[in-house]
Write a protein that binds this ligand. Structure first.
Ligand SMILES: NC(=O)C1=CN([C@@H]2O[C@H](COP(=O)(O)OP(=O)(O)OC[C@H]3O[C@@H](n4cnc5c(N)ncnc54)[C@H](OP(=O)(O)O)[C@@H]3O)[C@@H](O)[C@H]2O)C=CC1
Ligand SMILES: CCCCCCCCCCCCCCCC(=O)[C@@H](N)CO
Length: 331
């Protein structure tokens, strides 16, 4: 009897002790990043997720700047945002691969409070089929382009922090930046790279009151995805379907809410929450409640992850079998 009482008490007490311990140690400390009346600078803001973010930020009362290459698409985006919100956004035509051009845009735009590094290109293909040129293009735009953007914006962001409150740098990764997916060797590498960049950068800029976020969307309905789908290995589509698809505006809402609440990791759907727990690793965590979930769910989520791999390798095996069968058929 006494034994079972003790068991019941520890069943309640142990989680509470763990929760309290995590409350004491989780770092960095929680932060709120206001958006209203602040300058938000969005790369790749002329299309898809970036455009949806620009819309939202403008309607929430932020001063918005968007940057991308095509001036026509920028003008079109500006007009669309003006029509739906009555607000004018500033537009900057530059290629993120060109540091000088990016620097000029940043200087002209003025002090940035929230930088959203969202530009990205994606061409899914088996590495054996993909030209090295295309690999380099993906790494250059997604990873080096993000370095260029941050290098250009950071000095101004630091300088203006004291009188302008907390700043934020948010990077658009992808669920393919949490787990490698067939057809995404180059793309996954570029997005995994962003995580290393973000984790290291957060330690470097916390002292300047700048807070880093990483957004991990699943497939999202955008002009970019439509283009990608024209030429995508079947297995890439099958595996990516494990996480379903979202609308650009839904992703933009998750991203903006995550940025405002200062989250380091921003998942976008329920599979994304599982992925975030499964890949928590040594990433910073501001919420002791999320830290609690990560600790308690780690084992079971690893089992779920292994089930997903089991399912994916099953699809790969089946696909190879079908391919071989086709090859053996007489003409
Ligand atoms: N859609 C999806 O399924 C998912 C997308 N993501 C990520 O979200 C981000 C946005 O994707 P999405 O909205 O679909 O993409 P879109 O292709 O719809 O838009 C991409 C934007 O980036 C700009 N851009 C592309 N290359 C450059 C460059 N070299 N310099 C400056 N701007 C550039 C484009 O304008 P322009 O071409 O005129 O330069 C455009 O504004 C990307 O980082 C992507 O990897 C993550 C998960 C899923
Ligand atoms: C522990 C359990 C985990 C469960 C969930 C696993 C699901 C993973 C699916 C990954 C999908 C990747 C889509 C990439 C989208 C993208 O970035 C492109 N559309 C852009 O090209």
């Amino acid at each position: 009897m006494a034994d079972s009482n003790l068991f019941c008490i520890s069943l309640i007490l142990l989680p509470l002790i763990l929760l309290f311990l995590l409350f004491l140690i989780t770092r960095p400390r929680p932060i709120q990043i206001p958006i209203k009346k602040r300058h938000i600078f969005i790369t790749g803001g002329s299309s898809g997720i970036g455009l949806a973010l620009a819309h939202r930020a403008a309607s929430e009362g932020a001063r918005v700047s968007i940057l991308s290459r095509s001036i026509d698409k920028l003008e079109e985006a500006k007009n669309a945002i003006r029509q739906s919100t009555g607000i004018d956004v500033a537009i900057f035509a530059a290629d993120v691969r060109d540091f000088e051009a990016v620097q000029r845009a940043v200087d002209e735009a003025g002090p940035i409070d929230v930088l959203v590094v969202n530009q990205g290109v994606f061409v899914a293909q088996e590495l054996e089929e993909q030209k090295l040129e295309e690999v380099r293009f993906i790494i250059d735009v997604n990873l080096m382009g993000s370095f260029n953007m941050i290098k250009a914006a950071l000095p101004g962001m630091k300088r203006s922090r004291k009188d302008r409150g907390p700043g934020s740098i948010a990077l658009m990764s992808s669920q393919a930046g949490q787990v490698g997916i067939y057809g995404y060797t180059a793309y996954s590498a570029s997005k995994f790279g962003l995580r290393g960049l973000a984790e290291a950068l957060q330690q470097e800029v916390i002292g300047d009151n700048i807070h880093v976020s990483l957004v991990f969307p699943p497939d999202t309905e955008t002009p970019g995805l439509t283009e990608e789908n024209k030429r995508k290995p079947q297995l890439t589509s099958i595996i990516a379907a494990s996480s379903g698809a979202m609308k650009a505006d839904e992703v933009a809402k998750k991203a903006l809410d995550g940025i405002k609440s200062g989250s380091f990791t921003i998942p976008c759907n329920s599979e994304g929450i599982l992925l975030a727990i499964a890949t928590a690793g040594l990433s910073p965590q501001r919420s002791y409640l999320m830290a609690f979930v990560e600790v308690v769910a780690a084992g079971i989520v690893r089992i779920a992850a292994l089930c997903f791999q089991w399912n994916w390798y099953g699809s790969i095996e089946k696909w190879h079998m079908q391919k071989n069968r086709k090859h053996q058929m007489p003409p």
